[in-house]
Design a protein around this ligand. Structure first.
Ligand code: ADP
Ligand code: MG
Length: 717
């Protein structure tokens, strides 16, 4: 049956699921939605006995382990709150190494034997759950005889309620470990790394003269990019359904060359969808703040206010989940893949990262006084040192099959990790290095001893969109994170490597101050030395340019274009040393991650390749043959020979891909070898099939082409 354009008309029509949410009177306190579905400290205070509440809060503030005697009281209050909110079930909500979230639902109600049931939920169920670990990736950690894993309540991330039209679910954020205590998730290492960073930063702050700070948090504000497309197109494309991206599709005549989408007005249906998404996220306590169109057609962004890394990472997972769920109510599908459309901008997740004291000071904020500036330079230098030393590892944390279309290809950001400081801050470091007075009016605020440094930039002036790691005024923005990825691991790595650098700079400073030197005198050479050693990582120019690739090579920076190049950095000596020193991940836990991520890469590419072969052979080739028959019938020899030639090329390309996909060509080796095979043999075969298919798409009769086209998917809203 020929494909009709009527689908497009249907796609363009929509109603918000038969009902609109309407606008709320926000001056009425009852209409304030924020965190209404969260077991917040305020809710806890209302419901818990005073002494229990106090003990709970103070253990959390000090970051200590929770006394299990409190758990029963908390569980009781939590259960009541959840039942009042319609929850029939509870779930330990955790983040296995699949990268998504997992939940096993248990009913609150247990039969009591007399034909009735009671709502039952005690401290025991709150604190610990026992999902079978064998169904989750463990990278060899799980001994075969011991499949049990356990989930452990994370009281530092508040419980929340997920609503469904037919019920509600209490979700308890938990960590997930093997029975032998090894981390099988993203949360445990993140929490460990936050502790490590806090200890290192507090120690350094003491040296810098701060006696007040007890805890330092890493903070994160992730900006999420995503596509919204009409579900008609999504379900008509097996590649989107199976792999999350289009494996075929010729470039449309109109792309984003006109730049008419970025920050443009948001289409009505999309805005309606965003408004509901934000309302749902607000109820869950996710502080959503910004929304706008992104560069590519049908691409958008959502960003929250920043929070501590642990809560921020949990909220980021929820954001991805809610974006996808709500989209369906509007006849849309949310694509989180890093590269859903070839030739069109991909999606990332800008991970804004900083450190904050429990007294409310942002350690990467330059500040106004000489002392604040010293402190800022100390911590900023630690970040530069850490990123330079562990550039390969940082690249590895953002590796993945979808990412190879962005990082390794000609798209932002590049696969070479570098830091953008901006002209003003760069000058400060230049002055520091040369030890020369710069042209600053005498009496200006700050100084690092003499000579005087120019005033530090409070708000990083220009933005360099091509930099993978940019200083943006009072935080660093790690832009290389992929749109599907959990932000937990990149932040775990940032926290750990910065803790290590802070400690090293701290020790040097301590040493230098022993002779009685003032802080200023002692700090200057310490920072100078670190800058000299690590300034190669700083690059303010165009990260896409060929010159940068050459320059980076001269500087000895790593260029790791593909996932198999990057992943081994999880198990390099310097990684193991840092992660074991700070008890964030053991060697075994690092090896497990390396293995799991390698396997995931291979499996995903394999699925793409098989999907591509199947679509090519069973959908596209038949369309091309029908078209050829039409041409023959019409008797236009010139077009017949043109099409025949392409069809022959297509058949050859399909057969080559099918051969490459054969299991016997792959299975004999390790996951790492399989990954390399897929990258070097299968991906090129897949690309070749696509290349010919996209040519065919341009000549085959439109009503015969079985896949919706880019010009439809991206532009009909
Ligand atoms: P951009 O102009 O880069 O798109 P915005 O200025 O809108 O970004 O903010 C980007 C993100 O940075 C927001 O999510 C914000 O919460 C986050 N952010 C701001 N300050 C900090 C901080 N101290 N730590 C972590 N994230 C922060
Ligand atoms: Mg940004």
């Amino acid at each position: 049956m020929p494909r009709l354009r009527q689908d497009n008309v249907t796609a363009a029509r929509w109603s918000p699921n038969g009902a609109t949410l309407g606008a709320l009177d926000l001056t009425d306190p009852d209409n304030r939605l924020f965190a209404t579905k969260v077991f917040t400290p305020a809710e806890q205070r209302k419901r818990l006995p005073k002494n229990v509440y106090k003990q709970l809060q103070s253990t959390l503030e000090r970051g200590e382990a929770l006394d299990s005697s409190l758990a029963d009281a908390v569980a009781l209050a939590m259960k009541e709150w959840a039942l009042e909110n319609g929850a029939t079930h509870y779930a330990h909500w955790f983040q296995p190494l699949t990268g998504s979230t997992a939940e096993k639902h248990d009913s609150f109600f247990s039969p009591v034997g007399d034909g009735t049931s009671i709502a039952d939920f005690s401290g025991k169920e709150l604190i610990q759950g026992e999902p079978d670990a064998s169904s989750f990736p463990t990278g060899g950690i799980r001994a075969t005889f011991e499949a049990r894993g356990y989930t452990a309540w994370d009281p530092t991330s508040p419980a929340f309620i997920l609503e469904n039209p037919n019920g509600a679910l209490l979700c308890i954020p938990t960590a997930f470990a093997s029975w032998t205590g090894e981390a099988l998730d993203f949360k445990i290492p993140l929490l460990r790394s936050m502790g490590a960073l806090s200890d290192a930063a507090v120690r350094a702050l003491r040296l810098l003269g701060d006696d007040e700070t007890q805890l330092v948090y890493s903070t994160v504000g992730p900006e999420q990019e995503y596509f919204l497309i009409d579900e008609q197109y999504y379900f008509a494309r097996p590649d989107l359904v199976t792999t999350g991206r289009t494996l075929f599709g010729a470039k449309p005549p109109k792309g984003h060359e006109l730049d008419d989408h970025y920050f443009g007005s948001i289409p009505e249906r999309v805005l309606a969808c965003m408004l509901e998404t934000e309302r749902e996220l607000e109820k869950l306590g996710v502080p959503v703040k910004t929304r706008h169109n992104e560069v590519a057609p049908a691409q958008y962004e959502i960003a929250p206010l920043f929070e501590n890394s642990n809560v921020g990472a949990d909220h980021q997972q929820l954001t991805m989940q809610v974006l996808q769920n709500v989209a369906r109510k509007y006849g849309l599908v949310c694509l989180l893949h890093e590269k859903p459309f070839a030739g069109v901008n991909g999606s990332g997740k800008h991970n804004n990262w900083s450190m904050s004291t429990d007294t409310g000071v942002n350690l990467l904020d330059p500040g106004d006084t000489p002392h604040e500036n010293l402190q800022f330079l100390f911590f900023c230098t630690a970040v530069i040192k850490a990123v330079d030393r562990h550039q390969g590892l940082l690249r590895a944390t953002v590796a993945g099959p979808g990412q190879d279309h962005r990082l390794g290809a000609n798209e932002a950001p590049p696969a070479i990790i570098s830091i953008f400081l901006g002209a003003e801050l760069h000058e400060v470091y230049d002055a520091l290095e040369k030890g020369k007075a710069s042209e600053v009016k005498p009496g200006s605020l700050l100084g690092l001893g003499t000579p005087v440094l120019p005033p530090l930039p409070r708000h990083g002036g220009d933005r360099n969109r091509t930099s993978p790691f940019a200083f943006t005024g009072n935080k660093f923005e790690f832009r290389a994170v992929g749109s599907t990825q959990s932000i937990a691991l990149p932040n775990t790595v940032l926290n750990t490597i910065v803790a290590e650098a802070i400690d090293e700079l701290g020790s040097e400073l301590e040493e230098a101050m022993k002779g009685g030197a003032s802080l200023e005198e002692a700090l200057r050479p310490v920072l100078q030395k670190a800058w000299r050693e690590h300034k190669r990582i700083v690059f303010d120019g165009d990260g896409y340019s060929q010159e940068w690739h050459e320059e980076a090579k001269r500087r000895g920076l790593l260029n790791l274009p593909t996932t198999p190049d990057a992943l081994p950095y999880f198990v390099k000596d310097e990684t193991v040393r840092a992660f074991e020193t700070y008890n964030v991940l053991s060697k075994r836990e690092l090896e497990a991650r390396y293995e799991v991520f390698t396997e995931q890469y291979a499996v995903k590419i394999n699925i793409e390749a098989e999907t591509a072969a199947s679509i090519a052979r069973t959908m596209l080739l038949p369309a091309a043959l029908r078209h050829l028959a039409l041409l023959r019938e019409a008797g236009v020899p010139e077009l017949v020979s043109e099409t025949e030639a392409l069809v022959n090329e297509f058949v050859a390309a399909i057969r080559a891909l099918e051969a490459a996909n054969l299991k016997e060509n792959q299975d004999d080796a390790s996951a790492a070898a399989w990954a390399v095979y897929l990258r070097d043999k299968v991906i090129p075969a897949m690309e070749r099939v696509r290349e010919v298919a996209d040519k065919l798409e341009r000549i085959v009769a439109d009503d015969l082409w079985p896949l919706p086209k880019y010009s439809e998917i991206l532009f009909i809203k």
